[in-house]
Design a protein around this ligand. Sequence first.
Ligand code: ZN
Ligand code: ZN
Length: 96
Amino acid sequence: MLDLRPNCEHCDKDLPYTSTEAMICSYECTYCKTCALEIFENVCPSCSGNFVERPIRPKKEIERNPASSKRIFKPKDVQKTKLNSDRYKTIPPEKR
Ligand SMILES: [Zn+2]
Ligand SMILES: [Zn+2]
């Protein structure tokens, strides 16, 4: 089950469980679309994997299985992540 983290790790934008703007990597590092796709160019700054859209959790499910309320806010050094993105962005995710 996904944590459904409540915010973007890089810019701290709110990403509630109903958000269609949340992107996650396989470790569930969570970013808004702008950070994931425009700043990091679909390369996770932590694991270099790709991002996919995080599904919403329907309202009727959320009481039984609540979303995480633990905010993780660790802005990245964009100069460093750019080097990493440049290295991996042209490699298709399945070959990284
Ligand atoms: Zn963001
Ligand atoms: Zn990652």
